[in-house]
Design a protein around this ligand. Structure first.
Ligand SMILES: NC(=O)c1ccc[n+]([C@@H]2O[C@H](COP(=O)([O-])OP(=O)(O)OC[C@H]3O[C@@H](n4cnc5c(N)ncnc54)[C@H](OP(=O)(O)O)[C@@H]3O)[C@@H](O)[C@H]2O)c1
Length: 321
């Protein structure tokens, strides 16, 4: 079968379209003919050799997909650790979900990683519960115009959360405002810490979705309100998160990790998350934002869109059909 192979550790130039053996059926798994794959920042890190739990190259890239289940013919979307950018995949049964009727394969391939991650971020921050009377939850979402970011904005709107979001581009911020973002902050033009202090009347936010690392972990912590949480779920800058734990004392604040790879192994958590997400989908409140659709032979270009911060919403790769 045709597959996108990470041939060696490196950048997008290390990717190659190759013929590889089809994966073998396994108990507790499904066999899916893949139509579209969803590209994630984790795919960039995996190629660069920085993603925990993936094998040494060569292996097939890709963490999420939409396609058709071979035995039943039903349309499905799913999540794996690698191997999704291929004509066939054998995912775990519990990490495969039905594609909502009106969605395209492109929309379905944009769902699993971004929407589970964003939902679990709100859940870990205690924001899936209604805020106390007379109080509105506030969140700061970094990379708000990206895959996880646009998913978090759609959910924040449903949950009645006041949202602040950062991006490098005014054009991206304008587009994400149409999804419900109230306060867009271009970090190339303004200091997000200052803007939040000013717009929240000096109070700060209840949670920060922090995926930058380096100085931004400490800076995000300074954006918090009392008892707030920084949900640390990435390091796009490539730098270790900086944190002086003593800074947590001042506001009884918390920095909490979130890793979908780990949580995906917790069946009860994933089932509860899907229960809520599928309810919102049925109510037409969640619609994945697909910004770029490229064919598999343009995968290197797709990877560069994320690396060079040029993407809006999700980048997906057409694999067959
Ligand atoms: N822990 C988990 O389980 C988990 C799951 C999913 C994603 N993540 C993390 O969440 C983040 C977003 O992932 P995604 O797949 O949705 O990507 P994405 O947000 O669609 O794309 C990355 C965006 O990050 C922003 N960015 C800021 N600093 C950057 C830098 N130094 N290099 C590149 N981009 C930078 C850019 O947006 P602007 O130009 O608008 O700033 C860029 O478009 C990543 O850090 C990823 O590793 C973690």
């Amino acid at each position: 079968m045709k597959a996108l192979v990470i041939t060696r550790t490196g950048g997008p130039e290390a990717l190659a379209l190759q013929d590889v053996a089809e994966p073998s059926p396994q108990p507790g798994h499904r066999i899916v003919r893949v139509a579209v794959g969803g590209l994630n920042f984790a795919d960039i890190m995996t190629t660069a050799g920085g993603y925990p739990g993936t094998p040494a190259p060569p292996f097939v890239a890709g963490r999420e997909f939409a396609g058709v289940e071979e035995t039943t013919g039903r349309r499905v979307m799913g999540y794996v650790q690698w191997g999704a950018f291929a004509e066939k995949i054998v995912p775990k049964s519990e990490l495969v979900w039905p594609v909502p009727e009106p969605w395209t394969d492109e929309q379905a391939a944009a769902f699993p990683v971004n929407y589970f991650t964003a939902y679990l971020g709100y859940w870990q921050a205690g924001m899936t519960q209604t805020a106390a009377r007379g109080r509105t939850h506030r969140v700061l979402i970094h990379a708000v115009a990206g895959g996880v970011g646009t998913a978090a904005v759609q959910m924040g709107r449903i949950l009645g959360i006041e949202m602040y979001g950062t991006s490098s581009s005014n054009e991206k911020l304008t587009r994400v405002k149409s999804l419900g973002l109230e306060h867009g902050i271009n970090y190339k033009e303004s200091d997000y810490e200052e803007v939040i202090k000013e717009l929240s009347g000096g109070e700060g936010v209840d949670a920060v979705f922090e995926m930058l690392g380096g100085e931004h972990t400490a800076k995000s912590l300074r954006c918090l309100r009392d008892f707030g949480r920084v949900i640390q779920y990435g390091t796009a800058t490539g730098k270790q998160p900086q944190l002086d734990v003593r800074a947590l004392y001042a506001k009884s604040a918390m920095v909490q990790g979130l890793w979908l790879t780990y949580l995906a192994g917790k069946r009860d958590i994933m089932e509860a998350a899907w229960h809520q997400l599928s309810t919102w989908i049925e109510e037409s409140k969640l619609i994945p934002v697909v910004g770029h659709v490229l064919s598999l032979d343009r995968a290197a270009e797709a990877y560069r869109l994320l690396m060079e911060r040029k993407n809006f919403g999700k980048v997906v790769l057409k694999i067959s059909g």
